[in-house]
Design a protein around this ligand. Structure first.
Ligand SMILES: Cc1ncc(COP(=O)(O)O)c(C=O)c1O
Length: 400
């Protein structure tokens, strides 16, 4: 075996057989999805144009594309249907690129947008020093109520009416509770702003009818990653409530934000979306139940989590209380994550714990109490790696 294949095998053996992954940004795909990812479509292009290019008509710039085109159309249909939108594209290579497509489809240089501040869990990509600044958009922040870990809708509506942004973006990387969207929608209507939602973290819940229904509640455009609570391959998607933004979204990607869309990924995503269509509601319900169960077991056992008074969470994430971690365990978030990794319990080093992958692997509330116990013992310096591997070997890919 070459060094590379041996490193990959060692990674797979460790992460898929010995570890329990509780990182809320990750998930695992079905066997069918993984098989499609390695198909010939990963070598090919398709570029339907259906118009004159430099003086002569071109239907598609590439030939041999019939099956890829059919699959992409099916992926778009499924994505629109699952989220209740009219138009969807599965082309974005990642959630970040989906966000970039939303921004550049709607805003022009100098336009103002309001987003969730990174200090309140918002995605760093929208910050003035990142994507917003790169395109010359002016990013301001939505008022936030830290006690409810949520956008303050009333204050946000007032700010929207005052500042008249071109775009308002809900959604965050550290997200726990649904937003109160209607007052924000009404204010956006008053000033002619578009309302976007970066659902990178919660798309899998939304597709299963949990968390919130962005289009019914007034969102114009939903973007996100396809591999966090949604259990697709790594990638992104954009869904619009109606056709009014469809052309702008289409124009925003070709030869601007991207060209090649990786059609093996698109086919794999389409397969994952068909799994979501069949089993997504049960999965999403179980994710939320597992989060609440894991959070309360951990909190009861002495690992303080934030917002116990709000039942901790309504999604796949829960947040470790950083100050209590220091006071009670004398650990920083980085030290806590490294300590758990020694026992093959994988959590991120920024204080989020996620139940999405565990649920995908068939974990239920009973499983979460076993895991909470292992986490608490690992934090007390017990080596629980064998128990983690034994529990892992009892988990099976589900909802596919
Ligand atoms: C809210 C949010 N949007 C966008 C992204 C970027 O997604 P991706 O990693 O798929 O590019 C992230 C990443 O974690 C995120 O949390």
């Amino acid at each position: 075996m070459s060094d590379i294949t041996s490193l990959v095998s060692r990674h797979d053996e460790w992460r898929l057989r010995e570890c329990i992954n509780l990182q809320c940004s990750e998930n695992v795909t079905s066997k069918a999805v993984r098989k499609i990812l390695s198909s010939d479509m990963g070598h090919r292009y398709t570029l339907p144009i259906n118009q004159d290019v430099h003086g002569s008509f071109v239907e598609n710039a590439y030939r041999g594309t019939r099956y890829m085109d059919e699959i992409e159309a099916l992926g778009e249909k499924l994505a629109a249907e699952l989220f209740g939108g009219k138009f969807a594209t599965v082309k974005p290579l990642s959630g970040h690129i989906a966000a970039m497509i939303m921004l550049t489809a709607i805003c022009r240089k100098g336009n103002r947008m309001l987003v969730v501040d990174a200090r309140h869990g918002g995605y760093d990509g929208y910050l003035p020093e990142n994507m917003a600044g790169m395109f010359g958009f002016k990013a301001g922040f939505l008022p936030f109520d830290k006690r409810r870990w949520n956008v303050d809708s009333g204050a946000a509506a007032r700010k929207i009416r005052k500042e008249k942004p071109r775009l308002v973006v809900l959604g965050a990387s550290f997200i726990l509770f649904p937003y109160d969207i209607r007052p924000i929608r009404e204010a956006a209507d008053d000033v002619g702003a578009r309302l976007g939602y970066d659902g990178s973290h919660v798309l899998g819940l939304m597709a299963g009818g949990e968390f919130q229904k962005p289009f019914e509640e007034g969102v114009d455009i939903l973007v996100g990653s396809t591999h966090k609570s949604l259990f697709g391959p790594q990638g992104g998607l954009v869904v619009c409530r109606d056709d009014s933004l469809a052309d702008d979204v289409r124009k925003a990607f070709y030869w601007k934000v991207m060209d090649n869309a990786h059609w093996n990924r698109i086919a794999a995503l389409t397969q994952a979306l068909s799994e979501v269509k069949r089993h997504g509601a049960k999965y999403a319900r179980q994710v939320v139940k597992n989060s609440k169960a894991l959070a309360s077991s951990l909190h009861r056992g002495g690992l303080e989590l934030r917002f116990p008074e709000l039942d901790f969470t309504e999604c796949h994430q829960m947040h470790v209380d950083e100050r209590a971690l220091k006071a009670d365990w004398n650990l920083t978030l980085d030290q806590y994550a490294k300590k758990l990794e020694r026992s093959n319990l994988i959590v991120d080093a920024v204080g989020r714990i996620g139940t999405n992958e565990l649920t995908r692997l068939g974990g239920r509330e009973e499983t979460t109490s076993e895991i909470a116990d292992m986490i608490l013992r690992a934090l007390k310096d017990e080596d629980v790696a064998r128990e983690v591997a034994a529990l892992r070997s009892n988990l099976r890919m589900s909802y596919c």
